[in-house]
Design a protein around this ligand. Structure first.
Ligand SMILES: [Zn+2]
Length: 102
């Protein structure tokens, strides 16, 4: 999707429990349409491997993007539902701007 932009990797926000987020944005106003969730991979046995799992919000601006949608309850502080589960087993909620392990 050519108009989908992603924040620079340096522009992450710590949300606790070893998790950080950065934004997917779209359009000239850089509307936030999703979030990348950075975390240490749980299935590699080392502390160096990092995962970035992305989800899109169920907002009108995400039309046309391929992938599942999460309900955007609040953008600031970020709250999405339901929980987010990575292929490595990392599982939790983002509520009130914080990572809450499931
Ligand atoms: Zn993972």
């Amino acid at each position: 999707m050519p108009d989908l932009q992603h924040d620079d990797d340096q522009d992450r926000t710590d949300i606790g429990h070893g998790h950080a987020i950065s934004w997917y944005t779209r359009g000239p106003d850089e509307t936030r349409v999703g979030v990348l969730i950075w975390h240490r991979a749980l299935d590699t046995g080392d502390d160096a491997t990092e995962h970035a799992g992305g989800v899109y919000f169920d907002v009108p601006e995400s039309v046309g993007l391929t992938g599942a949608r999460w309900q955007l309850v609040s953008l600031d502080p970020l709250h999405i539902e339901p929980s987010v589960l990575c292929s490595c087993g990392d599982h939790g909620f983002i509520r009130d701007g914080h990572w809450i392990p499931a």
